[in-house]
Write a protein that binds this ligand. Structure first.
Ligand code: NDP
Length: 449
């Protein structure tokens, strides 16, 4: 396995996030490969880390001042063994090949866990929607789609949202695809309700991360009621995580954005959450304004001279990292443990560095890694695809019940795989192994392609 990881490093130099994700999966599936010589012979691991296709393209657009701007667009079509490529678009200045390849790679195993027929992909651009007018965002989305439309389709590759891509961006992207192809199809998920979207899709990732935490707690005859929770981010995933926590009687006390975080000891209640939704989704403001509106909350700006994030240094029971990758370093993980946290359910993708994951596992806390805990979003995207195919819409209750069932079966699959490979309670191994085996079997059946 050391040789395999070395080979990946040589083939993908400098791709830090991608290599981080590959190393973790390789470590987990080592006993599976040892037990199954047929996977070794068919070079499943060597093939699974190589994207089936990479599309990289120029995205030129004109800003409000009439100046030409140029961004770079990407789509990583990672693996289609069990279904069409599926995974979001991310628009953020930090976007590069390594970050999108790590996200696409994680997506392969996550989608496999959902029980639905979806392969893995991811895409996006280094475009930053923050501070841009609606018209600028529209022009960018139109330019982006005018290239990517030829590589996607309802049976080929079905993108969705991610950081920086919400309802507004999906609307502009879908409108352009429809015009270019002259067809109304389920080519994107996260669509508006009146034009092919699914109820519960906006809520799904946050709700799913909370359902996963509930499932983990249930293994210890415990529940979320009365628990105090640290939540990072203040976007889609964070907002609906807080919504479900409130509903289940828990208390969220933090939220953040890339400028800083707020700590509200009295808890973020329904009224305060409505304010955050208005602030972030409509006014596109900063989380600092929460503390201006609610003086009982304390705002702390980001201090880049610190080697830890003070958000993770408060007494609480549970943590829901819901902002971005590697937002919990080893010092943060230790602070969480020291503060009594015993449940971590990851809404974000790979928010914990490997050293932090080791600390969670050594301390035996209930740790749900992103590819299991945040799979609710792509699951309801899969349900949106099903509804588009049969041209019907299911009720809120129906979709939420599906979501609950899927999160419960993902939890069961993780527990069973972790036990089968002698690491009971280790959801990292459980998720990686359960996700891997299904894709490996399909790749084996489909020959060397
Ligand atoms: P949004 O764009 O809606 O929100 C992202 C939030 O995280 C914002 O508050 C943003 O702050 C903050 N953030 C982003 N980058 C950084 C950074 N480098 N440092 C600090 N804060 C940061 O995105 P989502 O809520 O959709 O996504 C959040 C996470 O969840 C991501 O890891 C994503 O991959 C993952 N995820 C999302 C799914 C979905 O359905 N949307 C599905 C599964 C996983 P600011 O506004 O200042 O940038």
């Amino acid at each position: 396995m050391i040789e395999f990881v070395k080979m990946c490093e040589e083939c993908n130099p400098g791709e830090i996030e991608f290599l981080q994700a590959v190393s973790e999966v390789a470590e987990s599936v080592k006993p599976v490969i040892e037990k199954h010589p047929e996977y070794r012979k068919a070079k499943i691991l060597e093939r699974i880390v190589e994207p089936e296709r990479l599309v990289i393209f120029r995205v030129p657009w004109v800003d409000d001042k009439g100046e030409v701007q140029v961004n770079r667009g990407y789509r990583i079509q990672m693996n289609s063994a069990i279904g069409p490529y599926k995974g979001g678009f991310r628009f953020h200045p930090s976007v590069n090949l390594s970050i999108l390849k790590f996200l696409a790679f994680e997506q392969v195993f996550k989608n496999s866990l959902t029980t639905l027929p979806m392969g893995g992909g991811k895409g996006g651009s280094n475009f930053d929607p923050k501070g841009k007018s609606d018209l600028e965002v529209m022009r960018f989305c139109q330019s982006f789609m005018s290239e990517i439309f030829r590589h996607i389709g309802p049976n080929t590759d079905v993108p969705a949202g991610d950081i920086g891509v919400g309802a507004r961006e999906i609307g502009y992207l879908f409108g352009t695809y429809k015009k270019l192809k002259n067809e109304f199809t389920g080519v994107l998920t996260g669509k508006g309700l009146d034009w092919g979207g699914s109820l519960i899709r906006p809520e799904a990732t946050g709700y799913g991360a909370v359902y996963f935490a509930s499932e983990m707690l249930a293994t210890r005859n415990d529940s979320l009621a009365g628990k105090s929770c640290l939540v990072s981010g203040s976007g889609n995933v964070a907002q609906y995580t807080v919504e479900k926590l409130i509903e289940l009687g828990a208390k969220a006390v933090t939220l953040s954005d890339s400028s800083g975080y707020i700590y509200d000891e009295s808890g973020i209640d329904r009224g305060k959450l409505d304010y955050v939704m208005q602030l972030k989704n409509i006014e596109r403001g900063r989380i600092k304004e929460y503390a201006d509106k609610y003086p009982e909350a304390v705002y702390t700006p980001v201090d880049s001279s610190l080697n830890y994030n003070p958000l993770w240094n408060h007494k609480a029971d549970c943590a829901f990292p819901s902002a971005t990758q590697n937002e919990i370093n080893a010092a943060d993980a230790q602070n969480l443990i020291n503060n009594g946290i015993y449940v971590v359910s990851e809404g974000a993708n790979m928010p914990t560095v490997p050293g932090g994951v080791d600390i969670f596992l050594e301390n035996g806390i209930l740790y749900g890694p992103g590819k299991a805990a945040n799979a609710g979003g792509v699951s309801v995207s899969g349900l949106e695809m099903s509804q588009n195919s049969i041209r019907l819409s299911w009720s809120r209750e129906e979709v939420d019940n599906y979501l609950k069932r899927i999160m419960s079966s993902i939890h069961k699959a993780c527990v069973a795989a972790a036990e089968e490979y002698s690491t009971p309670g280790n959801y990292v191994n459980g998720a990686n192994i359960a996700g891997f085996v299904k894709v490996a079997k399909a790749m084996l059946a489909q020959g060397i392609i």
